[in-house]
Ligand binder design. Structure first.
Ligand SMILES: *Cc1c(COP(=O)(O)O)cnc(C)c1O
Length: 362
């Protein structure tokens, strides 16, 4: 038996053990085909069924209404930074963007290449330590859409309640918290998420788009960048990332077994509270880097009060099989990514190590 570690990687990230084991068990023969999922045709009946089941799984868990399509695309969430404005930002229109971290800054940069962008609010001056308050948003009346990043993976903040944009559709990059909590899909025109944090492996991006918003891209839009291509082709215009989609299906099964989104959200809440409590009750030995009312339940960022202990903390945590805790290279410090598949046991092990380390060094 190979030893598994406590995996706090920010992405690619931990997957449910049962999903990986299932994939291993049927690796040589996917559903009796005598071929692995990597070897079957994407046009086969078996893969068609898998795609349908994946769709139904996502639809059920997220309560996605029928007037939304689900697309499985390549190119990562990063490609959606371009595809969203190409498809939804018409000539003469303005798109509002809320800048809450590095990923939203990147989304803004790409959107500006396509059309007019209004940064409705930014917390960049405050090092992205919080989500803007509703009254700080300077929204454009009649905007094409309002873009937000639901969870800021690098800085460790998360929208606790999504902004109210009235009849203007919200567009959200939910790469790092999709499927972590229930939410109402209806205010959104578009939701996209790279799979490698909470949904599955890298290689596929889930795009949930309101059907009536598709088909407005300019005539000269490259075929592959047009949502209509993938909507009409049922994500089979070209070869989709078959293996990654298959893994999503297994992860969805696991979420279902956990009791669905509400149960998963409750567990996520508990995990985050345990970790934030350990930070807040450490007398400044550990310090959270974000405002409390903006804290993420997915990425818990912190620094050591005495910076000079950071290297020892990094070494000792790694020696205790607690992996992936280094903060993003742009911000430093530490970050525990506690996505759905990171169990309470992992968080408990981390908190125990933190306590031990603090007592020894206080
Ligand atoms: C990881 C991440 C991305 C980048 O995703 P890719 O699939 O690597 O392009 C974008 N946005 C957020 C919020 C992320 O966490």
């Amino acid at each position: 038996m190979t030893t598994r570690v406590y995996n706090f990687n920010p992405g690619p990230a931990a997957l449910p053990l049962s999903a990986i084991e299932k994939a291993r068990d049927e690796l040589l023969s996917f559903r009796g085909t005598g071929m692995s999922i990597m070897e079957v045709s994407h046009r086969s009946a078996e893969f068609g069924a898998l795609l349908k089941e994946t769709d139904a799984g996502l639809r059920g868990l997220l309560a996605i209404p029928d007037d939304y399509a689900i697309l499985y695309l390549g190119g990562g969430a990063s490609l959606q930074f371009s595809m969203a404005p190409i498809n939804l930002l018409g000539p003469g229109q303005t798109a509002d963007y809320v800048e809450t971290g590095e990923w939203s800054s990147k989304a803004i940069k790409e959107a500006r290449k396509v059309g007019r962008v209004n940064v409705a609010a930014s917390t960049k001056e405050e090092k992205f330590r919080r989500i803007p308050r509703p009254e700080e948003l300077k929204l454009t009346p009649g905007a094409a859409y309002v873009h937000i990043t639901s969870n800021n993976t690098i800085f460790g903040t998360q929208w606790q309640r999504f902004p109210d944009a009235g009849s203007v559709p919200l567009v959200a990059d939910m790469s790092s918290d999709i499927l972590s909590r229930p939410f109402d899909v209806k205010p959104f025109g578009l939701i996209y998420a790279g799979a490698q944090k909470n949904l599955g492996p890298a290689g596929v991006t889930v795009v949930i788009v309101r059907r009536d918003l598709v088909g407005k891209a300019p005539e000269n839009t490259p075929t592959m960048l047009n949502y209509k291509t993938h909507l009409d082709g049922n994500s089979l215009f070209n070869t989709p990332p078959c293996f990654a989609i298959y893994m999503i299906k297994l992860v969805l099964d696991w979420v279902q077994e956990q009791g669905g989104l509400a149960a998963v959200a409750a567990r996520n809440e508990k995990k985050a509270r345990l970790l934030y409590d350990a930070i807040d009750n450490s007398n400044g030995f550990y310090r959270g880097t974000c405002d409390k009312d903006s804290r993420s339940r997915m990425n818990v960022t912190f620094v050591l009060g005495r910076e000079e202990l950071s290297e020892a903390f990094a070494k000792e945590s790694s020696a205790a099989s607690l992996k992936g805790l280094k903060g993003h290279r742009s911000v430093g410090g530490f970050r525990a990514s506690i996505y759905n598949a990171v169990g309470m046991d992992a968080v408990e092990a981390l908190v125990a190590m933190m306590e031990k380390f603090r007592k020894r060094n206080s």
